[in-house]
Design a binder for this molecule. Structure first.
Ligand code: PLP
Length: 454
């Protein structure tokens, strides 16, 4: 029998996270104060985040110890399996070898608990009683609810009204772990009340939900805020994925030529790719790392590199990133986790330095890739994850065309079992091609008055 799953034992769960900043030839530029536009120090983040996470946000240490208690919780689902995609290879009739790392085995069905558990742990250590956050599609809210429950902390989730109404099972999942979930905008915050007064029927937005969660954390001493992507410490925690994958491929006596992951804010891409970029930087290897984004929200392939706000309202520090502009409103595609206007700071710098690549896929191609995968490998992917599958299929088809065999690794960062509505829409012919127009991008970028970067 051929080996399909390459597994590690629990004792092989890595005991350190990898910090790519230590190896970057050009370090990330500093965040700027939203008002003064001067560089801010770590202290500016203290009202929102525990000190240990702020330290991790700025550290240049190459390795950061993973606390035993965090590894202990990781062992509920980690090490996650690495699969050889024999079914997909056969379906594509490609000479390429395809592997995927499956993060859908976590309790919430995606990679997000890798950082949620770590964040909850450090908050608990520093005496925090309650963590607030926002959630769009519900994946991050579920992950933080699961993590807070483990540490007996309260979790308050501001869920974009549209998702709250359309994805009730994500909400119930959060409630099951004891979280309080508010449809955002809510009556629980000043920001929410203000918006409800003006627009009582609004379906909400991620920007509004962030404002609510931040307000709650900033105005209560025992409460902090948590983010599920974009920030450096989030990417750091996710490197557990790539480190495991590297060990697993070594076991299979293989090494990838191409590493692929879908891209929202950059956390699952960073998680899988950074440990392989380390090999490029340390040993002069030539592993291509490709981020896959939607053509409806193409910040990496069509955005600009400049300072921009992390939120819609303009409250967060200004970050040096590839962005479509913080007012950019992407089309309502089902891959909710990829509908973010900007890319995390580290990944943006890596792209600028041409140490990574990016491609964009149309919504319809993405669903076709997802269904090809479901029919050849069995697992139904999250629409976000299907972006990485689309890139992997393209790479495998190139191998076939040129008669070369390459080893392709991609991140199956989540399953799609809460996304049946998306698949239903596909089967009913409601998923259509969508590429944002140059006019829309230019109009959004023209509104920016944030600092430029030479
Ligand atoms: C949140 C999410 C994403 C996008 O976020 P990243 O930080 O870019 O990883 C992608 N896929 C899944 C399954 C998600 O839950």
């Amino acid at each position: 029998m051929k080996t399909r799953k390459i597994l590690l034992t629990e004792s092989e769960i890595p005991d350190k996270w990898y910090n790519i900043i230590a190896d970057m030839p050009n370090k990330p530029l500093p965040p700027l104060h939203p008002g003064t536009k001067e560089p801010i120090g770590p202290d500016a983040l203290a009202p929102l985040f525990p000190m240990e996470l702020i330290k991790q946000e700025v550290t240049t240490d190459k390795w950061v110890d993973i606390p035993d208690e965090v590894r202990n919780i990781y062992s509920i689902w980690r090490p996650s399996p690495l699969y050889r995609a024999y079914g997909l290879e056969k379906e594509l009739d490609t000479p390429a070898k395809i592997y995927y790392k499956y993060e859908g085995v976590s309790p919430t069905g995606s990679h997000k608990p890798n950082t949620a558990v770590a964040q909850a742990y450090y908050n608990k250590q520093e005496g925090v009683k309650r963590i607030t956050t926002e959630t769009g599609a519900g994946q991050w809210g579920s992950a933080l609810s699961f993590a807070c429950n483990h540490f007996n902390m309260e979790c308050e989730v501001y869920m974009v009204r549209l998702s709250y109404d359309h994805k009730p099972y994500r909400k119930i999942m959060m409630n099951t772990w004891g979280a309080k979930v508010f449809p955002s905008p809510s009556e629980a915050t000043e920001a929410g009340r203000k918006i409800l007064q003006e627009y009582p029927d609004t379906t909400g937005s991620l920007g509004i939900a962030i404002s609510e969660a931040v307000e709650r954390a900033a105005s209560n001493d025992d409460t902090k805020y948590a983010l599920g992507s974009v920030l450096n410490h989030v990417k750091l925690h996710q490197t557990i994925i790539g480190q495991e994958a590297l060990k697993q491929l070594e076991k299979a006596d293989d090494m990838p030529d191409v590493v692929i992951a879908p891209f929202g804010g950059g956390s699952n891409f960073a998680g899988l790719a950074f440990p392989f970029i380390r090999l490029n930087l340390e040993e002069g290897r030539n592993i291509r790392c490709i981020a896959s984004e939607p053509t409806s929200c193409p910040k990496l392939t069509r955005g600009v590199f400049r300072y921009d706000f992390g939120d819609t309202i303009g409250m967060t520090p200004l970050l040096p990133m590839y962005t479509l502009g913080h007012n950019f409103v992407p089309a309502p595609i089902h891959a909710g986790g990829l509908r973010y206007h900007g890319a995390g700071v580290i990944v943006s710098q890596l792209l600028r330095d041409q140490l990574i690549e990016a491609v964009a896929h149309d919504n319809l191609d993405v669903f076709e890739a997802g269904i090809t995968f479901a029919r050849s490998e069995g697992i139904i992917p999250a629409p976000e994850a299907a972006h990485g599958i689309a890139t992997a299929i393209n790479e495998a088809n190139e191998c076939k065309k040129h008669g070369v065999s390459k080893t392709i690794l991609f991140n199956l960062c989540g399953h799609g079992y809460f996304d049946m509505k998306a698949y239903q829409d596909y089967f009913e012919g409601k998923i259509v091609k969508h590429e944002v127009s140059s006019n829309d991008i230019e109009a959004s970028l023209a509104e920016l008055d944030t600092p430029l970067i030479n």
